[in-house]
Design a protein around this ligand. Sequence first.
Ligand code: G3H
Ligand code: 13P
Ligand code: ZN
Length: 326
Amino acid sequence: MTVSYKDLGLVNSRELFKKAVKGGYAIPAYNFNNMEQLQAIIQACVETESPVILQVSKGAREYANQTLLRYMAQGAVEYAKEISGGKGIPIVLHLDHGPDFETCKSCIDLGFSSVMIDGSKLPFDENVEQTKRVVEYAHKFDVTVEGELGVLAGIEDDVEAAKHIYTQPEEVEEFVRRTGVDSLAIAIGTSHGAFKFKPGDDPKIRLDILAEIEKRIPGFPIVLHGSSSVPQDLVKIINENGGKLKDAIGIGEDQLRAASKSAVCKINIDSDGRLAMTAAVRKVFNEKPAEFDPRKYLGPARAALKELYMRKNREVLGSAGHAYDK
Ligand code: G3H
Ligand code: 13P
Ligand code: ZN
């Protein structure tokens, strides 16, 4: 049986992206795998009045089960209403890094409102064909689709790509036209995980390539993956409490802020949330070794995550206050 996301109170990303491009901000796309992450995301976005994209990765589907995650997202719609005095906030349920047509279809049929088909490692024409097939299916149900051109360095689905293959601006127009995608993820030097640069590297993303891409597809919604900033205060807390994170370096928040003001309208953040939760859990374990009630360490982890995401919405993405944009 297929379920429409519209019956679950979810929205697709189309209108949100239009408003974000016009308003010069980006919609947060936060990954979730469990209840505490979901609660923190919803609480943060309700409190800052931000729209939000809830992302489910392949790893999340394996860890938590995609059906359960979908029901949790449905619950999140009701939860957001409950804690916002009935108004709620716009919530997108998105498949992150969809590996093939079948996975995208199963998420669409289950009630996801948006999917990514990640053909970035395929040759151009194969990427076009696969993406187009997903778009044709998704659009029948008014589900929005994100495609990708260019390859991010770093770890993705347990596979490590050694080098960035930057998106080639001269390819974007043809890709968008031939596939009919609703948004495009590009590679401009961001990467997945907590080790994006080596000490001594110039930790810059290629805003010049972004500008070139924007010139070719003006106003078209652009997505940045791998956009964690790896806050050094969190790395310090982790290391001071028994952790061993050496040389963890992320993307400067000033660069992400600049990108959000352009056609970048979706910014993916996962690793920073993992760091915030890990720092909080390690601190409890270190300071209170007799604690064994999961609520006593997952509670602080949830609070730390909420605080981090509120700050991201306000200071980095600029999405705070935009939940009810007309
Ligand atoms: O794209 C990567 C996201 O951070 C999801 O990571 O596949 O380990 O859940 P994951
Ligand atoms: P980070 O690892 O930088 O948080 O990126 C997450 C991401 O791109 C999810 O798709
Ligand atoms: Zn990603």
